[in-house]
Ligand binder design. Structure first.
Ligand code: ARG
Length: 458
């Protein structure tokens, strides 16, 4: 085990099991870059404030920069025996520059250091997540634009309901993803506050300049309470909650596509390069990617619960429990980024089964609401119209007849307002064209929406 930052007060070496159990280097090594950048800003400030000499400051900055270079080039070898990333880098700096390294940790604690590292990491990852989400929105939009003339049967309660444009359905995904993106960007505003200088939890008697460090690290504000700065992880919970919601959307999109790719629906065909087979059933072409998306979303929900449970009983101030906020946070971020990435690729590899869909939208029950609205426009009350069409649908089902096959006389039996011309509205394209309200599936309105999203996402 490397030398402990706190070893002197101990009259004994710690037990090997203690070292193993308390170490976080296995996962917090991903914060190395931010840890070093934070240290560089901190040490510049210490020198400016004459808390350490300029010369020592320069040497430390040089040493840290050389370690940073190794980290960025992937040359840095993490010490599996280090307690954490902070100790690992400190130890390496000691080796590289000797005595001046011992001044780096002046007016700082690992408690405010880890809070800083995580905030820096999250600011960067939120940008990545927002970018990935925007890319997926673009992939979906592209798919919607190239299939903008397809009308599908829509469902409620998983029962066939009314016709909608496929593009309209797909734009529902784009809308949801937009809110997800905005939620993440909104969380970033609260994360963008610089905690260093809070030290263990009460601040410091040394004349540090937190404002300088804030500006060096491009934060927009300073945290104003040193206890709160090291005590809370609400921003981690907030990001996890945002990811939990985003991933629920992704899971539901996956579920739609799984259904649509079944023989029963047959709306889409997913390219072989994005499917897998069965080891026993030679005919199979399975949507495993989509199922794994749906599956790993469960993990993301667990990650959120895990950190909420971790925090709920902690007394205010720093507690070591909080070290365990990182594995679920990293897991959720990795999982969501993976899902977004594979989804983008998948959307470019879906083919629409146009003929199968065209056959499905011939089902005249899809037009029952259109006939109700036809009658309302002729002055029939909503209630009466619903009853009239209800009777008509029931009879046609009983007698295995199409509504469009009823002649004028038969129609009159249900209502004198019903004319032969209703045949003209008993088709998918007419049905979507009849919709008028803003936000509806009317093709002209959907076209506007497609164009608006195109401008917005460009
Ligand atoms: N590894 C800790 C964490 O992730 C930070 C170190 C604080 N340790 C300490 N003994 N005060 O929260």
């Amino acid at each position: 085990m490397a030398k402990k930052l706190w070893g002197t007060r101990f009259n004994k070496k710690t037990h090997a099991l203690t070292d193993k159990f308390t170490s976080s280097i296995a996962f917090d090594q991903r914060l190395a870059k931010y840890d070093i950048l934070g240290s560089i800003a901190h040490v510049k400030m210490l020198a400016r404030q004459k808390i350490i000499t300029r010369k020592d400051g320069q040497q430390i900055v040089r040493g840290l920069s050389s370690i940073l270079k190794d980290v960025i080039n992937g040359k840095f070898k993490f010490d599996p025996a280090a307690e954490d990333i902070h100790s690992n880098i400190q130890e390496l700096l000691n080796k590289r520059i000797g005595a001046p390294a011992h001044k780096l940790h002046t007016a700082r604690s690992r408690n405010d250091q880890i809070a800083l590292d995580i905030r820096m990491y999250l600011k960067n990852e939120i940008d990545n997540l927002a970018e990935f989400t925007a890319q997926l929105q673009k992939a979906i939009l592209k798919f919607a634009v190239s299939n903008s003339k397809i009308v599908i049967p829509g469902y409620t309660h998983m029962q066939i309901a009314q016709c909608v444009l496929l593009a309209h359905h797909l734009l529902a995904y784009v809308e949801a993803l937009e809110r997800d993106k905005q939620r993440l960007c909104d969380a970033k505003k609260r994360i963008d506050s610089m905690p260093l200088g809070s030290c263990a939890f009460s601040g410091t008697g040394l004349s540090i300049d937190r404002e300088f460090v804030k500006n060096e690290l491009k934060f927009s504000s300073l945290t104003a309470n040193s206890i709160d700065s090291v005590s809370d992880r609400d921003y981690i919970i907030e990001v996890l909650a945002d990811l939990a919601i985003l991933s629920v959307h992704l899971s539901r999109i996956a579920e739609d596509l799984i259904l649509w790719s079944t023989k029963e629906f047959n709306f889409i065909d997913i390219d072989f390069s994005f499917c897998t087979g069965s080891s026993i059933m030679p005919h199979k072409k399975n949507p495993d990617i989509l199922e794994l998306i749906r599956g790993s979303v469960g993990k993301v929900q667990g990650d959120l619960s895990s950190v909420i449970m971790l925090m709920k009983g902690l007394p205010t101030s720093y507690n070591r429990d909080m070290q365990l906020d990182k594995p679920p946070l990293f897991d959720a971020i990795d999982a969501v980024k993976d899902i977004l990435e594979i989804f983008m690729a998948l959307f470019a590899n879906i083919v629409i089964e146009k003929e199968a869909i065209a056959a499905k939208v011939k089902d005249e029950s899809l037009f029952s609401v259109d006939i109700v609205e036809y009658l309302i426009k002729k002055g029939v009350s909503y209630r009466q119209a619903h009853d009239i069409v209800g009777r008509m649908v029931r009879d046609c089902l009983d007698k295995d007849k199409e509504i469009s096959s009823l002649n004028e006389k038969e129609l009159k039996r249900y209502s004198t307002k019903l004319k032969k011309d209703i045949r003209g509205i008993l088709n998918a394209w007419a049905s979507v064209n009849l919709k008028k309200s803003f936000g509806s599936t009317n093709p002209k309105l959907v076209k506007h929406q497609l164009a608006a999203w195109n401008r917005k996402l460009r």
